[in-house]
Write a protein of this length. Structure first.
Length: 193
């Protein structure tokens, strides 16, 4: 009986996480927990059994997102750090989480400190992989001798601009799917010698 109850508890937690991801992606981080309970088809109190605070729920979502990105980039180590492949992988993982990531970009400044720091840590982890590849390409004189952190910020700025203006570039569609190749080609044309 205990195993069945633990399984049900784990399934309820996963439903809450999936519902929170959907609700926050669509409505923003100010969405009421009642909307999450409705989406997950659980009682409102169930949310707080699994997540004592709203902030702990946000942190869980951010940590799941971070783990997914980290797994994607770590899997590249077996292939080397080709800059184009890293850019492709970065966009691919963002496509999987596009609505949530777009919301993060829009609202990160309003999140509590711990959640904001987790978002910054996610960006830092991505930057480590890209910066290593960029530095190698700069030393090989394939990429312009620009401070690598400026190149990374340019890449993020390009992605964030398209995400935040997705309604203009890809109404009713994934802007990252539609413009993946163009974003990569544009960025590479800007940075290559």
């Amino acid at each position: 009986m205990t195993e069945k109850r633990q399984l049900q508890k784990a399934q309820t937690r996963e439903r809450i996480i999936a519902a929170a991801l959907k609700v926050y992606s669509e409505q923003g981080f100010s969405a009421p927990t009642a909307a999450i309970a409705d989406e997950a088809n659980v009682s409102h109190g169930s949310i707080f059994v699994h997540f004592p605070t709203v902030e702990s729920l946000w942190l869980c979502l951010l940590e799941n997102f971070s783990q997914d990105i980290n797994a994607e980039f770590n899997s590249l180590s077996e292939y080397g750090n080709d800059i184009e492949r890293l850019l492709e992988r970065h966009i691919d993982v963002l496509i999987k989480h596009e609505d949530f990531y777009k919301r993060l970009v829009k609202e990160a400044v309003y999140l509590p400190e711990e959640e904001k720091n987790t978002f910054i840590a996610i960006q830092s982890m991505v930057s480590i992989h890209l910066l290593q590849a960029l530095e190698r390409e700069i030393s090989r004189k394939v990429v312009k001798n620009v401070p690598p952190h400026m190149l990374f910020n340019t890449w993020l700025g390009l992605i964030h601009y398209y995400l935040l203006n997705g309604d203009l570039f890809a109404p009713q569609d994934s802007v990252l799917k539609r413009y993946k190749s163009a974003l990569i080609e544009c960025f590479l044309s800007l940075i290559k010698q």
